[in-house]
Design a protein around this ligand. Structure first.
Ligand SMILES: Nc1nc2c(ncn2[C@@H]2O[C@H](COP(=O)(O)OP(=O)(O)OP(=O)(O)O)[C@@H](O)[C@H]2O)c(=O)[nH]1
Ligand SMILES: *[C@@H]1O[C@H](CO)[C@@H](O)[C@H](O)[C@H]1NC(C)=O
Ligand SMILES: *[C@@H]1O[C@H](CO)[C@@H](O)[C@H](O)[C@H]1NC(C)=O
Ligand SMILES: *[C@@H]1O[C@H](CO)[C@@H](O)[C@H](O)[C@H]1NC(C)=O
Ligand SMILES: *[C@@H]1O[C@H](CO)[C@@H](O)[C@H](O)[C@H]1NC(C)=O
Ligand SMILES: [Mg+2]
Length: 527
């Protein structure tokens, strides 16, 4: 697979300098001067435009932002085709996080919900206090519900007999400095979000949810209804950030997932491709397959194979190179790729699940439920610290295809240390046709500073974004993001993966080449 846009690279300077040596000494100086000036000029003209992900138009027919820049929300809401969806915001939180919860609510109300009035659902393992509930009702205009979590879905109590073992395991994860490894409530939270949130009666009342956390920030206005657009475009899961997981929190998650797939003969969705590396690079290579994990292994290994086969056929006295290969092979070890199972490896990528806009039924169904129960029965929520994010991502990849997932590139979002913030679309500055209109006096933007937004660019997607100065995640830590870009730029992302080469094809090319170099072996061809 090639990258979706060829990257701009300064080519080998060494070859260039040899070329310069042969020239009149003045010419190279002039050339170098031109090079340096053009480099400086390019740089100041924002060479980033050419180089970075975040400046590019990445929309394809597989997935793309629903709107580039702002939408006239009043018209949007009055469109007779528009239909408000059966959806809620969802937040798990504790009474003592009230201040941070309010900060999230103010943020989402002013950037989105003042125009759409979607209800809020709050869950807690303890009852919410009166003070908490009243303070929330003061901030938001829409309906609010507060729910308690069934202790069976929070505590590890159904495995009471393992209590000592659980304590031991969790303590040991702390001793090994696994992030949040010895934090009991963190393990419970991850387990709850992995398998139980969608079963809560308050969540069951809805078809869609948007997950929020205390203290998150949104940087742009969302002037259309994401639930409606997802419904309309047949999208089932939406994300803003995709990053790799810390390996030591999930050493056995992928092995367990593969066991589940085999036991239940699951046909995975094409989303599986986003999260796995496929080591099946040559088809029909038999035993040799184990020696070839990457495309760059293929030629060397097949040459070795052909040479040794000739040696075995012709005898040692006639053919010294073959002997050398054979000795080399006999000293070599099958290259082990750690965590390669059945020719697949989990690439650790996952959607960062503290933000999700999704259908409830992508979790609330037989396959995902069974998957969660299988994970639970393997004890990974306490033996290891499986996060709900990798569990959601792998679980959904059993069910969903790439085109059923939406990247909300236009939603600027920050949670703790990571953020995504888009470039503004062309109509996002303070243009008259798309002014910011507060529906509630609380969210008015009065000062000049409040009314000033980032500059917009042609390929921008955001509406009235104000991005903090911090490296954009699309341009940093972007390995997982790039796989997403590659997949959404494929003609047929849902097609099954195929090995890139056929063993026999390569073998015959290698043989031909081999015989050209060793004409003495040409008589009676190898069978
Ligand atoms: N009621 C309740 N909510 C919790 C508990 N632990 C975590 N949560 C909530 O679960 C969500 C995720 O917890 P966080 O501690 O923020 O976990 P995180 O976002 O993965 O980690 P950070 O990077 O530290 O923010 C937040 O909305 C918390 O308020 C708990 O013990 N009880
Ligand atoms: C334990 O995890 C909770 C979230 O479940 C978090 O709020 C708390 O800060 C963590 N405690 C420590 C000591 O890391
Ligand atoms: C919303 O969806 C839930 C779950 O599918 C359903 O039970 C409920 O009746 C729906 N509510 C409305 C108003 O359509
Ligand atoms: C060469 O590859 C073929 C096909 O996998 C295999 O049958 C044969 O044993 C291999 N020979 C050697 C010497 O590896
Ligand atoms: C890129 O991401 C890494 C890892 O989060 C971070 O440490 C680093 O500061 C980031 N770089 C910039 C320029 O922000
Ligand atoms: Mg958090």
């Amino acid at each position: 697979m090639t990258r979706y846009i060829p990257r701009f690279r300064i080519c080998s300077l060494r070859g260039f300098s040899y070329f310069l040596e042969d020239l009149n000494p003045v010419i190279p100086i002039i050339l170098i001067a031109i090079l340096i000036t053009s480099y400086i000029v390019l740089d100041t003209l924002n060479a980033e435009l050419l180089l970075t992900n975040s400046f590019q138009d990445i929309n394809t027919k597989v997935d793309g932002t629903f709107f580039q820049g702002c939408v006239n929300t009043e018209e949007y809401l009055n469109d007779p085709d528009y239909k408000r969806q059966n959806a809620t915001f969802l937040m798990l939180t504790r009474n003592n996080e009230l201040e941070d919860v309010i900060s999230t609510l103010e943020n989402i109300e002013s950037h989105f919900n003042q125009w759409f009035h979607y209800p809020y659902t709050f869950l807690n393992d303890e009852p919410f206090t009166e003070e908490f509930q009243n303070s929330i009702r003061e901030v938001v205009a829409s309906d609010v519900s507060f729910g308690i979590i069934d202790p069976n879905q929070w505590e590890f109590s159904d495995i009471e007999e393992n209590k000592i073992e659980i304590d031991e395991y969790i303590k040991s994860q702390g001793d090994r400095s696994i992030l949040y490894g010895d934090n009991f409530s963190y393990h419970k939270m991850c387990r709850f979000f992995s398998g139980f949130f969608y079963k809560h009666e308050l969540v069951q009342k809805f078809e869609w949810y948007w997950r929020l956390e205390p203290s998150v920030e949104f940087f742009c206005d969302l002037t259309y209804d994401p639930f409606y657009e997802m419904q309309k475009n047949n999208k089932k899961y939406g994300f803003t950030i995709i990053i790799p997981e810390l390996y030591f929190t999930i050493p056995n998650l992928f092995r367990t997932t593969l066991t589940f797939i085999k036991k239940n003969s699951i046909e995975v969705g094409s989303l599986w491709k986003l999260f796995t590396t496929d080591f099946n690079v040559v088809s029909g290579s038999g035993e040799l397959d184990k020696w070839m994990n990457y495309p760059h292994d293929i030629m060397g290994r097949i040459t070795e194979n052909v040479t040794i086969e000739y040696l075995l056929d012709k005898g040692i006295d006639k053919f010294k190179t073959g002997l050398e290969f054979l000795i080399k092979r006999s000293k070599g070890k099958i290259p082990i790729v750690e965590d390669k199972f059945d020719n697949f490896e989990y690439n650790l990528c996952h959607f960062w699940s503290n933000f999700e806009i999704a259908r409830v039924d992508i979790f609330d169904n037989e396959i995902y439920d069974k998957y969660f129960n299988f994970l639970e029965s393997n004890g990974g929520f306490w033996k290891e610290r499986w996060g709900d994010a990798p569990v959601h991502s792998l679980g959904l990849s059993l069910l969903l295809d790439v085109n059923e997932v939406h990247y909300f590139r236009d939603i600027g979002y920050k949670h703790t240390t990571l953020q995504h913030c888009p470039k503004n679309g062309k109509n996002s500055e303070n243009k008259k046709e798309f002014p910011y209109i507060a529906m509630d006096t609380r969210w008015e933007r009065k000062s000049r500073k409040d009314k000033r937004y980032d500059n917009s660019i042609d390929t921008g997607t955001g509406c009235r974004c104000k991005c903090p100065k911090m490296k954009e995640i699309e341009d940093n830590l972007s390995h997982c993001q790039n796989i997403w870009f590659d997949l959404t730029h494929m003609e047929e992302p849902n097609e099954k993966r195929k090995p890139i080469h056929e063993f026999n094809d390569i073998q015959s090319v290698v043989k031909e080449d081999f015989l050209r170099k060793n004409p003495s072996l040409k008589t009676n061809n190898l069978k």
